[in-house]
Ligand binder design. Structure first.
Ligand code: WQD
Length: 341
């Protein structure tokens, strides 16, 4: 049954892909985004993909007054909260900015939801909350910790949500822990568009392939893994978006105040496997160099996605090759990402 859903951070990489699937599922979508880490150009792309006019509120979620006015004027029935800073390295340099932004925006949202009796919330969390020494495949009952301020904001917000659920048992909250989101909508008109030099593997490879960067540096090949390079659970952003739609539907039926689900494939792929899959998508080899490990990296991270499958009826379906073909279509059609205007 369609609901009016506020998507905080709806102009971002995962948010924009989720907006498309929410509309396809019959929901009515409102986008809130301050465009701190996204471009307004994505809205027109979304409108041409969906054929719908999208209503966008462009302000900072930390602005409690404007957030209150938004809830006052709109009959919001559910919220998906993507908004937040998410660069690990940057969070180490600017911890106060990360805590203030990620926690402050969440508090502003939760207070407005409480004042207006909005109880359904899907929160964008991350496998980073499993910390440095988690056994693989990772299950949702593992203890949480972090090794950087960004990760701590996710650990802390999860705790805030669990405490809010105790105080307000009519809440219906879904905490979704993403593994490594990659890929792009099949149209090639929306995709990941990091500002500056990408920290993450796939956007970096994309920019090598399109000629913006010279070569990939592979951070270490001396891990205890089949080819020595680190394993990650790469998941197509379309599968991730589908997981949000499934979680939202579940919130209308569950009796549980807060639920936590891993959104991953359950498979670990190595850096070199991803590089070679991307080479297959591009049709040529790409330059790379093996260098030392990156501080803070772990050898292997991949999900046990069994709970999401059992409780949401959700399963990732896209392959590594799908992810690379779709990423390459986006990057080759948009060598410099979204236009500024
Ligand atoms: C993947 C693998 C690198 C770049 C991060 C965040 C996590 C989440 C997802 C937000 C690792 C290797 C990378 C490069 C490389 N983000 N690599 N050369 O570190 O698993 O997770 O993004 O929630 O919070 O920590 O992803 O893409 O940075 O790295 O060899 O230029 O690729 O060492 O093994 P990561 P990543």
């Amino acid at each position: 049954m369609g609901m009016r859903v506020l998507v905080c951070g709806g102009a971002g990489y995962i948010g924009s892909h989720t907006v498309i699937q929410l509309l396809a599922a019959g929901h009515d979508v409102l986008i809130l985004d301050n465009f701190a880490n996204s471009k307004p150009a994505v809205i027109k792309r979304l409108e041409s993909i969906t054929g719908e006019h999208l209503r966008v509120h462009a302000f900072d979620l930390r602005d409690a007054e404007r957030t209150e006015r938004l809830f006052d004027h709109e009959q919001i029935e559910a919220v998906i909260h993507f908004a937040g800073h998410k660069a690990v390295g940057e969070s180490v340099e600017k911890p106060l900015e990360y805590y203030q932004n990620n926690l402050g925006s969440t508090f502003s949202l939760l207070r407005a939801m409480e004042r207006h009796g909005v109880t359904k919330l899907v929160f964008s969390s991350s496998a980073t909350v499993y910390g440095e020494n988690a056994p693989v495949p990772m299950t949702e009952d593992l203890p949480t910790s972090a090794t950087n301020p960004y990760g701590w904001t996710k650990v802390m917000i999860e705790q805030v949500l669990r405490d809010v659920a105790v105080a307000q048992p009519d809440q219906r909250i879904a905490i979704l822990r993403y593994f490594n989101p990659v890929g792009a909508h099949r149209s090639g008109t929306i995709g990941e568009d990091p500002s500056g030099i990408p920290n993450n593997l796939l956007p970096y490879i994309c920019q090598v392939a399109v000629g913006r960067l010279q070569k990939l540096r592979v951070f270490g090949d001396d891990y205890d893994t089949p080819d020595g390079t680190a394993l990650r659970d790469y998941i197509h952003v379309e599968d991730l978006a589908a997981g949000h739609v499934a979680a939202l539907a579940r919130l209308t039926a569950t009796e549980r105040a807060v639920s936590t689900w891993n959104l991953g494939t359950g498979n670990g792929s190595s850096v070199l496997e991803m590089l070679h899959a991307f080479e297959r998508a591009v049709g040529r080899t790409l330059p790379y160099e093996i260098v030392g490990r990156r501080a803070g990296d772990i050898a292997a991270s991949f999900a046990d996605p069994g709970r999401a499958r059992a409780e949401l009826g959700w399963k990732a379906t896209h392959t590594i090759d799908d992810m690379c073909v779709d990423s390459w279509r986006w990057q080759s059609q948009n060598p410099n990402g979204y236009p500024d205007a």
